[in-house]
Design a protein around this ligand. Structure first.
Ligand code: PFF
Length: 468
């Protein structure tokens, strides 16, 4: 069967690198290391590894196989599976629709920091209040998010093979080399603090790798499990229709089993290396108290660490923010592509027209979100007990609320209605061996739905209330 609209990846490598590009994003860089540091180092790594090989593998396999089998994006793919389940396709479609409003804003922040470092102003970025001053200004964040949005749109506009695949084939290998280089460098760091204590990168590495089971209670272990689960879910870009869209561009002779394994390895390796790069650096220069998560880690703590490295910190900063920009760009591309692909199928429009229209829309949306820290500043209470600005609200609705529900429903659809054999047939197409077939069936029918339900309760704050 031809792939839809004649668009396809040229082969397995192109597909794996594009999918890995989607998977490797800011989540790998600013959340994985934080969770590993918080959740007992090696203990978290071990739990994460087991989950990625079972739970992550099940969700990723499902999405990619649905895409390739139906040759459609989420809305029509679910409709083909069962007409009455079109609603699930629509729900899935709305995840990237929401994520897209803020992903280019984050990409813009990263671009700004790259420019700051490459123009030799890294020291400035390390000063107190710099990040707050930047995001609360009404011009720079808007300018940089528009730039990032237009760059993303340009690549998507050029199509699957000559846009997305080409970009991923250049960017992803460079990203890997850069992260390995900084990770190795961070192991060589040493620093003597004010009290005369010498701290080394190797000690930081030990902290990262050693499983810390001290005083571990059952409820803490549950927390580690839930943290790892929500992280890998976001990290693999599953249950948001993106891997369905990318799967729809995969030719029938590609071995999906192998491809799924390679995507898992790539994503996990980058997350692991991010920890190896960030944890020792933070440990050496500020002790583990400096280990935050999200924007505060990337834009406040790390610039201080780079500054403390002395002159070489400028180079490390340049490489780090370029690498982060690459990670964000390939993820942002996948989000836009998934929206474009769904809209092309819905409205029978061309790629170019659809991309231009959606990009204009998202430029406007990005402006609103970027101004969410200045002109449109609000404090909206979230069910988790925190308050957030527009960006946090979009992130909360799409990731904490919608993704677990979508995953739960799609496990029910595949496991109990269309039946796992439907996916297995696709995985075994062209005579390929689906080695984890039994595991897949048990996971999709029994384990994944229960886990998704618990994750949903946790991320909406309901679990805490029930256990109170
Ligand atoms: N998987 C990416 C990460 O770990 O950062 C993020 C991501 C990409 C999220 C694409 C959502 C998305 F639609």
């Amino acid at each position: 069967m031809e792939t839809k609209n004649g668009s396809s990846f040229s082969g397995q490598i192109g597909f794996v690198l594009a999918a890995a590009g989607s998977a490797v994003g800011v989540g790998n860089l600013w959340r994985f290391p934080y969770l590993a540091a918080k959740d007992g180092g090696g203990l978290f790594l071990l739990v994460y590894l087991i989950l990625i090989l079972t739970f992550g593998f099940t969700l990723l396999t499902s999405d990619i196989a649905i895409g390739r089998k139906t040759k459609k994006s989420a809305i029509f793919a679910y409709e083909i599976m069962r007409e009455k389940w079109r609603f699930l396709g629509i729900l899935t479609f709305f995840v990237p629709v929401l994520i897209m409003t803020y992903y280019a804003v984050i990409g813009g922040w990263i671009t700004k920091y790259f420019i700051v470092f490459i123009t030799g102003q890294g020291r400035l970025a390390a000063s107190d209040g710099y990040f707050t001053q930047f995001i609360t200004s009404a011009q720079a964040p808007v300018f940089f998010s528009m730039f990032f949005m237009i760059l993303t749109a340009f690549i998507v506009y050029n199509g699957v093979e000559s846009g997305i695949e080409k970009c991923s084939k250049i960017v992803m290998p460079i990203l890997l080399v850069m992260i390995v280089a900084i990770a190795v460098y961070s192991l060589t760091l040493t620093h003597t603090d004010g009290q005369g204590h010498l701290r080394t990168g190797i000690e930081g590495l030990q902290f990262y790798l050693t499983p810390n089971l001290e005083g571990l209670t059952l409820s803490q272990f549950m927390q580690v499990l839930l943290d790892a689960m929500s992280q890998l879910f976001f990290s693999l870009s599953v249950s948001m229709g993106i891997m369905i869209t990318y799967g729809s561009y995969v030719k029938d002779d590609v071995d999906l089993n192998q491809a799924v394994g390679q995507i898992e390895v790539f994503d996990t390796l980058v997350a692991f290396l991010a920890g190896m790069m960030i944890i020792p650096s933070i440990y050496v220069f500020s002790g583990m108290e400096g280990m935050g998560s999200g924007p505060s880690l990337m834009f406040i703590s790390l610039p201080k660490v780079f500054d403390a490295m002395g002159p070489i910190g400028t180079i490390v900063g340049i490489v780090f923010f370029l690498m982060a920009a690459f990670a964000a760009l390939t993820s942002c591309i996948s989000v836009l592509e998934s929206i474009v692909a769904n809209c092309m199928e819905l409205f029978h429009t061309t790629r170019k027209k659809t991309t231009v229209f959606l990009s204009l829309f998202y430029c406007a949306a990005s402006v609103v979100i970027a101004l969410g820290y200045s002109l449109f500043y609000v404090e909206i209470p979230l069910p988790t007990g925190n308050t957030g600005q527009f960006l946090d609200v979009m992130d909360y609705i799409s990731n904490s609320f919608m993704m677990p529900i979508i995953s739960l429903l799609s496990c029910i659809l595949i496991g109990w209605i269309v039946k796992p054999q439907w996916i297995i047939d696709e995985m075994e197409k062209s005579g390929h061996r689906f080695g984890r077939k039994k595991l897949y069936t048990v996971m999709i029918r029994y384990i994944a739905p229960v886990m998704m339900f618990i994750l949903f309760l946790e991320s909406t704050g309901l679990l805490e209330r029930i256990l109170e």
